[in-house]
Design a protein around this ligand. Structure first.
Ligand SMILES: Nc1nc2c(ncn2[C@@H]2O[C@H](COP(=O)(O)OP(=O)(O)OP(=O)(O)O)[C@@H](O)[C@H]2O)c(=O)[nH]1
Ligand SMILES: [Mg+2]
Length: 316
């Protein structure tokens, strides 16, 4: 975004429903350039906040059926009068592309539906970066009038806990019939989810899927000390999808969304603060000097950080 942007104009175009403007707004929110970050802040101030929106995170190992499920669920929701935005995040920056084409073919109907907006490519980068930028992108979508935002988490591992900090309700898709070792399950995900879904129940038969669901239900109760819903569905055939949405809504209704979002904002602030302050420190000559001393072993890391902090304080 090298050219001058008229933020007032962009905001009114987004509010008026321009998809091109929405795409530009999200690009601004996702940009890593400091100048764009300022513009993005300005844009968000001009867009209406939507405290009643529903933000749902959908995670699962590659191939678990996330995009296929989002296509089915998204169509179900738009047909009931909702406007649905779909974003994807990929905090495992090593993983190379491929999902873009995948999403176009998996979300064939939703991606061309007027009532939906599917962001074609996932936000990539470091965990913290992806998280802060997607948090803003969600708000841009809501400002454009989308009342439901679905966030697909591409990749495995830590990314699932990141998505939990972005949304109101987090669900994980497991593949029916695949053993735990195949799922690559990290304890982290089981600790943060509001709902576990055994997907592709069509491929193993309903009975086996229900049995697996019962086992996970027991394991989750032990681990979390409370009942976490576990359901079986097929994102492909649509069987069980309406029930999964119903349960998602129940979880959304039972959580104090305003409180959850307030906590998330606080955590995003803390992270942004660390980023901003360390960026400030890195700009100084003292930073290079302290790095040299720490590397040489002549100064402890903490003493070096303190010395740098003292200099920053003295210079303000
Ligand atoms: N039998 C069956 N196959 C499914 C179901 N859902 C998805 N699939 C198939 O599983 C494969 C992967 O589906 P995707 O929806 O692309 O999975 P994903 O989790 O989005 O994958 P990534 O974006 O690469 O992480 C495709 O071949 C789908 O057709 C289902 O409910 N039942
Ligand atoms: Mg996908």
């Amino acid at each position: 975004m090298g050219r001058q942007i008229d933020i007032d104009r962009l905001a009114s175009q987004i509010i008026a429903g321009s998809r091109g403007a929405l795409a530009r707004g999200i690009t601004l929110a996702e940009s890593t350039r400091p100048r764009d970050a300022l513009l993005s802040d300005e844009l968000l101030q001009k867009l209406p906040a939507k405290p009643n929106s529903i933000r749902v995170g959908i995670s699962g190992v590659p191939g678990a059926g996330k995009s296929t499920f989002i296509e089915t669920l998204g169509m179900y929701l738009v047909e009931r009068g909702h406007r649905v935005a779909v974003l994807a995040i990929d905090p495992s920056s090593e993983r190379s592309g491929g999902s873009v084409l995948g999403d176009k073919t998996r979300m064939q109907r939703l991606s061309i539906d007027e009532r939906a907006y599917v962001r074609p490519s996932p936000t990539r980068g470091t965990l913290g970066g992806v998280s802060a930028r997607t948090f803003e992108a969600i708000r841009v979508c809501e400002g454009a009038g989308y009342d439901i935002v679905l966030v697909e988490t591409v990749g495995v591992g830590q990314s699932e806990t990141v998505v939990a900090d972005l949304v109101d309700v987090t669900m994980a898709l497991f593949v029916a019939g695949a053993g735990d070792s195949l799922q690559g399950i990290k304890r982290g995900i089981l600790e943060v989810i509001d709902l576990l879904v055994i997907n592709k129940a069509d491929s193993v038969g309903e009975e086996r899927a229900l049995q697996a669901a019962a086992e996970y239900r027991g394991a989750l109760r032990l681990m979390r000390g409370q009942a976490i819903p576990v359901m079986a569905m097929s994102g492909l055939t649509g069987s069980g999808v309406a029930e999964v949405w119903q349960t998602t809504l129940e979880r959304h209704g039972s959580a104090s969304v305003a409180e959850v979002r307030a906590l998330q904002r606080t955590r995003h602030f803390e992270r942004a603060l660390v980023e901003e302050l360390s960026a400030l420190a890195r700009e100084t000559e003292k930073h290079a000097e302290m790095t040299t001393s720490v590397t040489a072993g002549t100064l402890s890391p903490r003493a070096a950080a303190r010395a740098l902090r003292d200099q920053l304080v003295a210079s303000t």
